[in-house]
Write a protein of this length. Structure first.
Length: 82
């Protein structure tokens, strides 16, 4: 994942150097390659924190428990029509 500063730098470069906006196509391709290489190197140094947490989950309730949960939900929910 990239930081907000890296994303801002990328967007700024694209705005300045894009060929549709008058930039040089060769310089644009080279700049994109450099920015992507820099992002890949920063990802190698900084592991993604999303995958450090344990996986938590479970089966949804079934049988009588599920039916009671649905009845409680329907009884307590806000009515749409008054």
């Amino acid at each position: 994942m990239t930081s907000p500063e890296e994303r801002a730098e990328f967007r700024d470069f694209v705005r300045r150097a894009h060929p549709d906006r008058g930039g040089d196509p060769a310089a644009f391709v080279a700049g994109l390659a450099e920015l992507r290489n820099r992002q890949a190197r920063s990802r190698e140094r900084r592991p993604d924190p999303r995958f450090d947490a344990p996986v938590v989950g479970g089966d949804p309730p079934r049988g009588l428990r599920a039916r009671l949960d649905r009845l409680r939900y329907r009884k307590e929910r806000k009515r749409r029509i008054q």
